[in-house]
Design a protein around this ligand. Structure first.
Ligand code: IVH
Length: 675
């Protein structure tokens, strides 16, 4: 049995993993700007799955392992409820995982021979399209699996998707598939972005997602999106018995089907298909990130059923990340805006998946020590499709005799202040709030597009203004007008640029509170958390007054983030900064219109208990979409307790405190009647 302290550490680790993965989901699904590679994501995700299995007492109902993908970020697009939940797929990483998948299917169905259809796993964005009376009626993104976003007009711009069904085909139909951008069109789009000085998309998937969620359909039309369809929702009801037949029927009816699919009679044949496509994936004109394996016989789907995240009749084999070896020339730390130290590797340049790699991340000091990576070593590096490559291991047999063991830095590489490391965290921090590297990075973050959106203040200019002593902290940005003449006189900075810049700075003062909260760079407060805080507290003053206990209780916040927020606002320097921002007349209120749906539960607090027809997370999101706060504990401030089967002690407490109690049906009536 694990000791009490160990258990506490495990719980903390699970909480931290959940927060991290939620943030990454948000970056990936909502912002289309992932900050970590797929392989790092998978590594952390699998770790969480393992810990939750081992310590089910610490697993949370809203853990990302139990939900499909979150869609907290407000979107301008209308929300649409999926008639059938849009699930994700379970992952397989090796042959053994596939054998287990096959065995499980044989066990549940009682059959000893199962045929599978193998398809390419298109690295795009899943969507659903519904036809009524043979007319394209509605198209939606997956969203959180229960609610997606209305992308009907944009999907109509995709040439390969029929607007009208064949007269001899079914009248009503829902099909699902993947929207993607070819490698060539992705490159063209990024060239355009570069010309227009707009941020580049990390990969075709993000570009497709970003394009599909555009409000302006003419932009979509220009971007040449395409789609493969692979899922006919009611195939069995329409008399189709196998998935292979589905694909043929869809193709006959003008739907774009990926032609590389194959019917396999065993897992060995599946493996041969995987091996083949792993080798030739680079020759395809679109990106794939694996192979999807589906049971062919549709009549078994019902008995196989779903987990709450994925069907049991299919699995996604994920290709391993591309790797290569090169020489590790230097290990150097850099400091981020929160003071966190990242160790980096300078490498002998080497080609990998189409780009030349010169730098890779080494994450933190412990990562290097655990792998005993040394300068001069030949190392294996990995790049999983997008962004930052990482060093994974050393090739020990090639190690030079006189190599030196790595030692963690003791001082900040920029300000030379002593670095700190909290016992159970892997990261070291420069805690000097006046560290020039931290200041510059926090200024860059403050001005970034998703924060205060003062993109006219380029990194280089910020660095210059800091050096010249015109800016010491983010509040000073709002005093830059005082340097009007000096700035205009600067090389490459004319009157027009200055006027544009000052308009942008002025405009940023009106940003809604969530932007400011994110921009301040409070540790652990990413965009999603900032939005949760702004929605809950409405004004900065309210938030600053809020006690730890209240914060920690909010869904999506928890103890780690709550501590960080309380610490931030207790700090004298931060208090001074907030006062300066107030004097500069920044907006401190939440003004974003959340959704087009009526905010019928605005200012109401719900608690959910017991087993409902769908996950608790589903209902929490539903309520939040209607403007409600959702918390875990009943208090006199609770407006409603939503109860399912076997509710437990919360029901007693609600009765004691006279909190209104409703069941699922009553909730639906409230929603229908607009409360
Ligand atoms: S079948 C019930 N087939 O991969 C889920 N998915 O990692 C049915 N994907 O959510 C999905 N290519 O977005 C299926 N040939 C394919 C696919 C595919 C790509 C995506 C899809 C899914 C994700 C799971």
């Amino acid at each position: 049995m694990a000791k009490k302290e160990d258990l506490r550490a495990i719980k903390q680790e699970i909480d931290q993993l959940i927060n991290k993965i939620k943030q990454w989901n948000y970056e990936y699904y909502q912002l289309n700007q992932p900050s970590v590679s797929d392989s790092v994501y998978d590594q952390f995700y699998q770790k969480l799955v393992k810990l939750e299995k081992q310590y089910p007492q610490f697993a949370k109902v809203d853990s990302p392992t139990k939900t499909v993908g979150t869609s907290i970020k407000t979107s301008q697009l209308r929300k649409i409820a999926h008639q059938t939940q849009m699930l994700s797929l379970a992952n397989a990483f090796n042959y053994d995982d596939l054998v287990k998948f096959d065995q499980q299917i044989k066990k549940i169905t009682g059959q000893d021979k199962i045929s599978y259809v193998c398809e390419l796993k298109i690295d795009g964005l899943s969507f659903s399209v519904t036809y009524e009376n043979r007319q394209l009626k509605l198209a939606a993104t997956r969203g959180d699996g229960s609610f997606g976003e209305d992308i009907t007009e944009n999907v109509k711009e995709i040439k390969s998707i029929p607007i009208t069904l064949n007269p001899n085909f079914v009248k009503n139909l829902e099909v699902r598939g993947e929207v993607f951008l070819s490698k060539k069109d992705f490159q063209k789009l990024n060239q355009e972005q570069k010309k227009l000085n707009l941020p580049l998309f990390a990969n075709p998937r993000n570009a497709a997602a970003g394009s599909l969620r555009q409000l302006d359909k003419t932009i979509v039309a220009k971007r040449k999106l395409d789609a493969f369809l692979y899922y006919y929702i009611d195939a069995l009801n329409d008399g189709i018995k196998t998935h292979s037949e589905t694909l043929k029927i869809l193709a006959e009816n003008n739907f774009n089907i990926n032609k590389e699919w194959k019917l396999c009679q065993s897992i060995n044949q599946v493996w041969a298909y995987i091996t083949k496509y792993q080798k030739i994936r680079n020759n395809l004109s679109y990106e794939i990130d694996g192979i999807v394996i589906k049971v062919n016989d549709l009549t078994t789907y019902e008995v196989l059923g779903n987990t709450n995240k994925a069907p049991r009749w299919a699995i996604a084999y994920k290709f391993p990340a591309a790797t290569t070896v090169t020489k590790l020339l230097e290990i150097f730390p850099t400091v981020g805006r929160t003071g966190r130290i990242t160790y980096n590797a300078r490498l002998e340049p080497v080609g990998l998946s189409g780009s030349t790699i010169t730098y890779a991340t080494l994450h933190n000091g412990d990562y290097i020590i655990e792998r005993d990576l040394r300068v001069g070593d030949t190392v294996e590096i990995k790049k999983a499709g997008d962004i930052i490559p990482e060093v994974i291991k050393t090739i020990i047999k090639d190690r030079k005799k006189n190599s030196k063991r790595f030692k963690k830095a003791t001082n900040c590489p920029k300000c030379h202040g002593i670095l700190e490391q909290v016992d159970d965290e892997v990261d070291q921090y420069c805690v000097n709030t006046n560290c020039p590297a931290r200041i510059l990075k926090s200024l860059i973050h403050f001005c970034s597009r998703n924060a205060m959106d003062i993109t006219g203040l380029k990194d280089k200019n910020l660095a210059r203004f800091v050096e010249l002593g015109w800016i010491h902290n983010v509040a000073d940005i709002y005093q830059l007008v005082n340097y009007r003449q000096e700035i205009i006189n600067l090389e490459k900075f004319g009157e027009k640029s200055f006027n544009n810049l000052s308009t942008m700075i002025l405009k940023s003062k009106d940003n809604s509170l969530e932007r400011l909260l994110f921009a301040l760079g409070i540790r652990h407060v990413g965009e999603k958390t900032a939005e949760v805080l702004a929605k809950n507290f409405k004004t900065l003053d309210n938030l600053m007054k809020t006690k730890y206990q209240v914060l920690a209780e909010i869904n999506d916040i928890g103890p780690v983030i709550a501590t960080s927020i309380v610490d931030y606002f207790a700090n004298q320097n931060n208090k001074k900064l907030i006062t300066k921002l107030k004097t500069a007349k920044l907006n401190f209120t939440y003004t974003t219109k959340t959704s087009r749906e009526k905010q019928i539960f605005a200012n109401m607090t719900f608690v959910i208990t017991g087993a409902l027809s769908r996950s608790r997370d589903y209902f929490a999101n539903l309520l939040k979409n209607y403007g409600a706060n959702v918390t875990n504990t009943i208090s006199k401030n609770t407006t409603y307790l939503l109860v399912g089967d076997e509710p437990g002690s919360k029901l007693d407490k609600a009765k004691m405190l006279d909190v209104k109690i409703i069941n699922e049906e009553e909730l639906m009536v409230l929603i229908k009647n607009g409360n």
